[in-house]
Design a protein around this ligand. Structure first.
Ligand SMILES: *Cc1c(COP(=O)(O)O)cnc(C)c1O
Length: 502
């Protein structure tokens, strides 16, 4: 081992010194690195901190061995501590964290889909903090059903005779098929045998629920007669599936809902429709004609669907849930399935779902209070001041003449996401960031923003970072501006006099 490497190893501060420094950050409060340390490491369990310091020291030893550190001044306490603090914060932060969504995708499955309305957030906190009548009938003073809290609200919104809510829509589909069609055939149009994402494939769910898939028609065209010819004594149901983020266009044909329902009923079978998103309010009637493209659940039920299923956290704008609504005789059977116990909702999501559904009692309240619906119905004109505000804040901290950053406001397109309204483009306003340096790579900036506190997700297009204000609310704009400025500012040193490469 080279002599100076030996010296370097010995120059490394000890475990106990480093641990002491970062756990007693107050002692170093006058050091610049101590500030983030004080706020971010104060509540971290000591065992986690110790692990972080151990790993950090291991990394230093590797860096010495590999010849990356050759100067002992790099191993002094003041030199190491800022890196150690950053490393420890990164390693010990909770895994599930808040992020800023500047993608313009409203129902972003990877970002937790719908945000809850404040009313729902309050209801969740209350249900979490105190005991509740989750399964207790306060009228009778006896055991009650957790399913009672949302059933009548769902019936009101959909016109269904009865309803049930379970863990998510995948569970809803599984439970419905398992109850009504086990060991029998489920007839589905070939064009609807889709994969929704996250491995939810209709043929697999049918198989898992113990049913036999009977596909009919062709990929692009399926006629009512295809269904009629497939009916037999083995049939359990006719299933229609919303193809979500997938469309067949051109020479197409599908059997109508009312005809399918009539056909199924003539054979005393249920007609089931998996709607995916499920719209509870007529947004076209509220002055948003383009949002009338998806039929409301009430219309689907009025058209004859015996059972519909849809998600709680897509267009409905509530928590993760799967809603099953339809004819009483089927819902009664489903409610008796022992599988329901495994697929039931938890009390926090139930509280959120009830609070969200209550907002629908007043359609305009639903549209303005439920973030998903609010974001869907915000017009581009309303978004322009927000995009300008973000641009203004960015220009203030990243002055163009000093740092060279080009901040602008541009029109663009947002998307609903979650498989709903797949072809709909919502006009929006974006704040864009670019830099004339040949070294500027917006994808690099995009990646660095995943490490900020909180992380920020944005799109990259036309060699610029694009921030869609549709999915950032007013209160998030200063925070977004702060993490953007903090990340962008050090990327390009200000041009030196006479040696500018810009
Ligand atoms: C999203 C979706 C599902 C799955 O719903 P989850 O609530 O995510 O379980 C099932 N079917 C369709 C058509 C969907 O769009």
């Amino acid at each position: 081992m080279p002599e100076n490497q030996n010296l370097l190893y010995r120059a490394l501060p000890s475990m106990s010194v480093l641990l002491n420094c970062i756990t007693n950050a107050g002692y170093h409060a006058d050091e610049p690195w101590a500030a983030p340390c004080l706020s971010s490491l104060a509540d971290v369990p000591r065992t986690l901190l110790r692990e972080s310091v151990e790993n950090f020291l291991d990394n230093c030893r590797i860096a010495i061995r590999e010849g990356e550190i050759t100067d002992s001044s790099l191993l002094s306490l003041p030199a190491l501590l800022p890196d150690l603090v950053e490393y420890a914060i990164r390693r010990t932060s909770p895994s599930l964290r808040r992020v800023l969504n500047a993608t313009g995708i409203i129902i972003h499955t990877n970002l937790g889909r719908s945000r809850l309305a404040e009313e729902a957030v309050t209801a969740v906190a209350e249900a979490a903090r105190y005991p509740s009548n989750l399964e207790f009938d306060l009228q009778k003073g006896t055991r009650g059903s957790r399913h009672s809290h949302v059933a009548s609200l769902i019936c009101r919104m959909t016109g269904a005779q009865a309803a049930l809510a379970v863990n998510n829509n995948a569970a809803a589909v599984l439970l419905v098929l398992d109850t009504l069609c086990r060991d029998r055939e489920v007839i589905v149009s070939r064009g609807e045998l889709v994969e929704i994402g996250g491995n939810f494939r209709i043929p697999d769910v049918i198989k898992k629920s113990g049913c036999l898939l009977r596909e009919v028609g062709t990929t692009n065209r399926t006629h009512l007669s295809d269904f009629r010819l497939a009916l037999s004594e083995h049939t359990g149901a006719i299933l229609k599936v919303h193809t979500s983020n997938y469309r067949i266009i051109g020479f197409t044909q599908e059997a109508g809902r009312a005809e399918l329902a009539a056909l199924a009923n003539s054979a005393s079978l249920p007609f089931i429709e998996d709607l995916g998103s499920g719209v509870l309010v007529d947004l076209a009637a509220q002055g948003f004609p383009h949002l009338g493209a998806e039929p409301a659940v009430a219309k689907v039920i009025a058209d004859g669907a015996d059972i519909v299923t849809f998600s709680g956290d897509k267009v409905l704008g509530g928590p993760q849930a799967g809603i099953i609504a339809g004819k009483l005789k089927y819902i009664e059977q489903i409610a008796k399935n022992p599988l329901l116990r495994a697929l039931r909702m938890d009390k926090l999501n139930l509280a959120a779902l009830e609070a969200t559904l209550r907002l629908y009692l007043e359609p305009t309240l639903a549209r303005t209070r439920i973030p998903t619906l609010r974001m869907m119905t915000t017009t581009a004109d309303e978004l322009l001041p927000r995009a300008r505000k973000l641009a203004r804040l960015l220009k203030k901290t990243l002055p163009a003449q000093k740092d060279g950053w080009l901040v602008a406001v541009r029109s663009g397109i947002s998307q609903v996401g979650g498989g709903a309204f797949p072809e709909m483009n919502l006009p929006t306003w974006l704040t864009t960031m670019a830099h004339p340096s040949p070294h500027f790579n917006p994808a690099h900036l995009q990646k660095m923003l995943l490490q900020t506190k909180p992380p920020l997700l944005a799109r990259v297009e036309d060699n610029a970072l694009r921030l869609d204000l549709r999915t950032l609310d007013d209160r998030e704009i200063p925070l977004a501006a702060a993490v953007l400025a903090q990340t962008a500012a050090p990327m390009f040193k200000p041009p030196c006099a006479g040696a500018s490469k810009y």
